[in-house]
Write a protein that binds this ligand. Structure first.
Ligand code: B4P
Length: 192
């Protein structure tokens, strides 16, 4: 089983690259952002709770996203492996993920971290906001708040994986295909 954490600030290309990685490696993508947006679209109680936090650029409580990931792992026992996209976003989530994987006799092989400067992130997200309909992409203050939340709460997760010797930095600026090749080179080494 091959499990990869795709890491990076909002707008760094996690969703974009995950889609390509899924196609090439046949792994299952687990995007907590997508799972939460699906809950909102279905109008579930969880979705209603998450919406106001997401629209404000804040993180949804750890127990909510950990519960969603846990049930996805439970429901996909035969998966070849997983790409965790946008999860874990806090150290508590990273610890919970390690436990969930250990229960299944597997672990994270690598964290691949897309590095993009703040100014470029803001341009990308506001551009996406013009046609995505995502409230959190349409307001520059909210976009800046998301980057701030990333720096304060999510960046420490990189140190968590550095401590395990699993962290790899990838330049997230440039052509999508060039970035994809750099990610594949790391995954190919991890598979050997
Ligand atoms: P996410 O859905 O994870 O959204 P995101 O961080 O904005 O990244 P995304 O994957 O969508 O963007 P991408 O970089 O692909 O999270 C949304 C919210 O959900 C969070 O703020 C939080 O409230 C909540 N949430 C999610 N997970 C959570 C968790 N674990 N714990 C707590 N709360 C959680 O792409 C951005 C844009 O850049 C696209 O338009 C793309 O076309 C463009 N782009 C990509 N690559 C490019 C390149 N190389 N050059 C130019 N543009 C590029």
């Amino acid at each position: 089983m091959l499990n990869i954490v795709l890491f990076g600030p909002p707008g760094s290309g996690k969703g974009t690259q995950s889609a390509k990685l899924v196609e090439k490696y046949g792994l299952l993508q687990l995007s907590t952002g997508d799972l939460l947006r699906a809950e909102i679209a279905e109008g579930t109680a969880l979705g209603l709770k998450a919406k106001s936090l997401m629209d404000a650029g804040q993180l949804v409580p750890d127990e909510v996203v950990i519960g969603m990931i846990s049930s996805k792992l439970e429901n996909n026992p035969t998966a070849k492996g997983f790409i965790f996209d946008g999860f874990p976003r806090t150290v508590a989530q990273a610890e919970a993920l390690d436990s969930l994987l250990a229960e299944r006799n597997t672990k994270i092989a690598k964290m691949l971290a897309l590095e993009v400067a703040n100014a470029e992130l803001i341009v990308r997200l506001l551009l996406r906001g013009k046609d995505s309909g995502r409230a959190d992409d349409q307001n520059e203050e909210v976009v800046k708040d998301r980057i701030e939340v990333y720096n304060s709460k999510t960046l420490p997760v990189a140190n968590y994986y550095k401590g395990q010797g699993k962290f790899v930095s990838i330049n997230g600026v440039g052509e999508v295909d060039k970035i994809f090749k750099a990610l594949c080179a790391q995954i190919d080494v991890a598979q050997i």
